[in-house]
Ligand binder design. Structure first.
Ligand code: NAD
Length: 437
């Protein structure tokens, strides 16, 4: 059975296919064959992941002043079970250890059923800033009295969105005391369905701003979405197996690491960066807007005016480690680069998602896995051992070593605990002159 088809089959059976034995040690072609086996991906989908698939002429439709195309490694995290169904998670990242770590943490969640996820409706908000309003409190109530008319006008801008079940779900008005005056902020709450939604809500905000300003007897200035997407949350939860984690002491130390992140903004920033290692990699792989998701995450990490960590860790009654993560997840399957970028289209096929909400939930589960993996390493051996062997691989590659030469050089560097470029060059010279075996 192929992976995916979430929410339908998981109730009946537990797929096994996101566990691909030895995936890490395969060649790229072998990995593609394994993914083809596990999914229903055709050969042409893999061709879309080749750097040459995204022609500069096509890229020029997405951005400006285009002179080329910038490539990054695209990988697949394994071992994920989400709501009882196996999922292969596409991740684009330049950082070593990230995909392996997510896969490893997902493996530790499997014995207890993997990740459970949920999400709110995909509601984005646009803000209209009203200035020079003489009576902001009265203006607020005048706007609310006429909200049906404003909502109809906003919905009229996007019949397609309304047709697919989205559209404005509400209108709120806030008063914000600023240095020079009290601004009236009108928020349009819009269910954007399978879109990220920025363009959709910005268009609505611009279209209704004149009417709203007229009602307030002021003027409209900014008309743009807020990236604090706190009405569009996705959540993930997982129980990580005590034995696979390394026992009770490891769990206690992970909890201490979490407590520090909850209490100290300096640690929280790095804790959250670990989450974003997973989150941004899936967001990028699927052609979504990394900055929008990151802005949402950072704003969500401030609670009662203090920056803290996004995830929570606890020990359950059985003594296992439970992790939870809830964060804004404004991602889409239509619009932006999602449909235009060939590798993003292929990535969405790998993830086998049919709604933006499903994608959002997979992303948050990946963020939680990534977070747990980093905490476990920090609470045990420290990050450098794993990082350094990958770093050694990078050093060997930058010195021009072939795959065979690299394997020998990496083993030597690890043995010597030396990770310097001059040493790599010396080893390579020695190897090519017949030594260093
Ligand atoms: P979009 O306008 O390209 O696509 C959304 C539109 O697709 C909808 O308005 C709707 O008309 C149509 N649609 C068709 N089928 C749909 C379905 N099933 N569900 C929902 N809509 C459907 O894109 P968008 O998602 O509105 O905007 C995303 C882009 O905006 C991204 O590229 C993002 O980078 C960019 N952007 C972001 C910001 C920001 O985050 N501050 C600001 C401006 C633009």
């Amino acid at each position: 059975m192929a992976v995916g088809r979430r929410r339908t089959e998981w109730r009946h059976t537990m797929a096994e296919n996101s566990r691909i034995a030895g995936f890490r040690n395969m060649t790229v072609d072998e990995r593609r064959a394994a993914i083809a086996d596990a999914t229903e991906l055709e050969a042409e989908s893999f061709a879309q992941m080749d750097a040459t698939a995204f022609a500069p002429e096509a890229a020029a439709d997405l951005s400006e002043n285009v002179i080329g195309v910038f490539s990054l490694p695209l990988g697949t995290a394994t071992n994920f079970t989400i709501n009882g169904t196996d999922v292969l998670v596409p991740m684009a990242t330049e950082e070593a250890s990230v995909i392996a770590a997510a896969s490893n943490a997902a493996r530790m969640a499997r014995p207890q059923g993997g990740f459970s996820t949920s999400s709110t409706r995909p509601v984005m908000q646009a803000q209209i800033q009203l200035i020079n309003v003489a009576d902001p409190h009265a203006a607020r109530t005048r706007i609310l009295e006429r909200q049906a008319e404003i909502i109809d006008l906003a919905n009229a801008q996007d019949p397609k969105l309304v047709e697919v079940g989205g559209g404005v779900t509400g209108l709120e008005v806030r008063l914000v005391e600023a240095r020079s005056e009290t601004y009236l902020l009108v928020h349009l709450l819009v269910d954007v369905r399978d879109a990220m939604g920025a363009n959709a809500v910005n268009t609505m905000a611009e279209a209704v701003s004149g009417t709203v300003a007229g009602i307030a007897e002021g003027e409209a200035l900014l008309r743009i979405l807020t990236n604090k997407a706190d009405r569009r949350l996705a959540r993930a939860r997982a129980v990580f197996d005590r034995e696979l984690l390394g026992g009770e002491e490891v769990i206690d130390n992970i909890l201490r690491a979490f407590e520090l992140a909850a209490a100290d903004p300096y640690r929280a920033a790095t804790h959250n960066k670990g989450i974003m290692n997973g989150v941004s990699a899936v967001v990028l792989a699927t052609g979504n807007d990394t900055r929008a998701v990151e802005a949402g995450a950072h704003s969500h990490a401030v609670v009662d005016g203090r920056y803290t960590c996004l995830s929570r860790f606890e020990k359950n009654a059985a003594g296992d480690l439970v992790g939870t993560l809830e964060m804004p997840m404004p991602v889409g399957l239509v619009g932006g680069a999602t449909k235009v970028h060939p590798a993003a289209r292929a990535a969405l096929q790998i993830a086998e998602v049919s709604t933006a909400q499903e994608l959002a939930e997979i992303i948050v589960a990946t963020g939680l896995a990534q977070n747990l993996a980093a905490l476990r390493v920090l609470a045990t051996e420290g990050v450098q051992r794993g990082h350094m062997s990958l770093h050694a691989k990078n050093l060997a590659a930058s010195a021009g070593a072939t795959a065979d030469e690299s394997a020998i050089i990496v083993a030597r560097l690890i043995e010597e605990k030396t990770f310097r470029f001059d040493r790599v060059q010396a080893l390579l010279t020695e190897l090519r002159s017949g030594g260093a075996r």
